[in-house]
Design a protein. Structure first.
Length: 274
């Protein structure tokens, strides 16, 4: 059986939304409060401009009583929003790495430990988080079958495409979702032409490859949005997405140029489990 950690949380938030939302009014306020909250660093809040979390979660159909599983939360950018917003009404599950699997990149162990430390150190924010341990292909018992209302993955699918795991991973998402459940995908978007694996090495994936993996798993495409599109991103450098903010992998080389472009061009796709 997988290890599952369960904790408790409290969070008070009052901000008004700056767009017309289809989300529950109270949840809308909580999402906006969390994304602009004092618990977030200025660096993370600066990414709101490019990642559009309130609009993105609204498009995916987030509701206050949902059980939401975020896959590979990484440094916790969306965790900082979702965990407080879902407090006391729904359930937020961080689909972190399985640190019992040996030989993974070192950052995975660091990020997992940082997540657990945040839960312990800031119970008023993160105390209700549940933690799933997931490191495919060795560890694929993601969560209980048909127990989740929404699975979210942000900017991670290129890794699964590159490693030849994307079909299996999306099949795992399908298993844990309830009938009618939603899979929300945000991913750096490659041009439709070209090899998906080669593009994935640069951080991008053709939209058609994501749709193919989801449909193979059994999902139905339910909607597309250009919320996170960026036509300034021409995808014209071997450094790929990492030349752009926030990584700026080229250092001072053309720094102002890449700052002016902003973050990558991204697809935003909503799938449903029949």
């Amino acid at each position: 059986m997988k290890k599952i950690a369960i904790f408790t949380l409290s969070f008070v938030a009052i901000f008004s939304m700056q767009f017309v939302s289809a989300m529950d009014a109270e949840l809308t306020v909580r999402v906006e409060a969390a994304m602009n909250g004092d618990h977030r660093s200025d660096k993370n809040k600066a990414r709101n401009e490019y990642r559009n979390p309130a609009e993105t979660l609204d498009f995916f159909g987030l509701e206050p009583n949902m059980t939401v599983l975020e896959i590979a939360p990484g440094g916790g950018w969306y965790t900082e929003i979702l965990a407080p917003a879902m407090r006391d009404t729904g359930v937020y599950i961080a689909g972190s790495y399985d640190v019992d699997v040996e030989g993974q990149p070192k950052y995975r162990y660091r990020q997992h430990e940082a997540l657990l430390k945040s839960i312990i150190d800031k119970p008023d924010l993160y105390g209700q988080i549940k933690v799933a341990n997931y490191s495919p292909p060795q560890s694929r018992e993601l969560w209980k079958e048909e127990a989740v209302d929404m699975v979210l993955t942000f900017r991670s699918s290129h890794g699964w495409v590159r490693e030849g795991l994307v079909d299996d991973v999306y099949a795992d998402f399908f298993k844990v979702l309830k009938s009618g459940g939603v899979l929300g995908v945000v991913q750096h978007r490659a041009p439709q032409e070209g090899d998906a694996v080669e593009w994935a090495k640069k951080g991008y994936v053709p939209e058609s490859r994501i749709i193919q993996a989801a449909e193979k798993a059994g999902f139905v495409l339910d909607g597309k949005s250009e919320i996170n599109a960026n036509p300034k991103d021409l995808k014209d450098h071997d450094e790929g997405v990492w030349r752009l903010p926030p990584t700026l992998g080229l250092g001072d080389e053309d720094r102002e140029k890449y700052l002016a472009i902003g973050e990558s061009d991204r697809m935003t796709l909503r799938f449903k489990k029949p």
